[in-house]
Design a binder for this molecule. Structure first.
Ligand code: SF4
Length: 149
């Protein structure tokens, strides 16, 4: 069983109310091989919502040494941590060992995230949910690197 970012299967849970439909992810879901998760909604955030970026690294945030802020500088770290832990809980309940998550997101990014300046600059790094899943033995790839079933 895979966990897949809901927005990759066409769910309109993205911060701006849209989605990031990826046909190969949707195919896996339609074959009954995936559970859809949106960590930011699981953390209690509404859709649409203001875009958010990580100040520091995901590990810093988990260690209470970094934070997640919205574009208008609101600290929403707690919601991101809650969503990541709820996602891990779903992985454990469903015995999912693999996840395909949306690249670049402060929750779901696998190889890069935005740098916290809201200027569109990407840096190497991972989202908070990705970090927590990986640290608990779940293999995470992005939709960009997803090599097939
Ligand atoms: S938190 Fe993840 S699943 Fe939810 S909209 Fe963002 S990238 Fe998609």
């Amino acid at each position: 069983m895979y966990l897949i970012s809901s927005c990759l299967c066409g769910v309109n849970c993205k911060y701006n109310g849209g989605n990031n439909l990826n046909e190969r992810c949707l195919e896996l879901f339609n074959e009954g091989k995936a559970i859809l998760i949106c960590p930011e909604e699981l953390g209690g955030l509404s859709t649409p919502r203001l875009p958010a970026e990580i100040k520091g690294t995901a590990r810093d945030v988990i260690n209470n040494e970094g934070k997640v802020i919205t574009k208008d500088n609101m600290d929403i770290t707690e919601a991101f941590l809650k969503g990541a832990h709820e996602t891990l809980h779903i992985a454990i309940l469903s015995n999912a060992k693999k996840a395909i998550l949306k690249e670049g997101s402060p929750s779901c990014g696998v190889n890069f995230v935005y740098d916290g300046s809201f200027t569109g600059r990407k840096i190497n790094g991972k989202g908070i949910t990705t970090t927590i899943l990986e640290e608990n033995g779940i293999e995470v790839v992005s939709e960009v690197n997803f090599g097939g079933k």
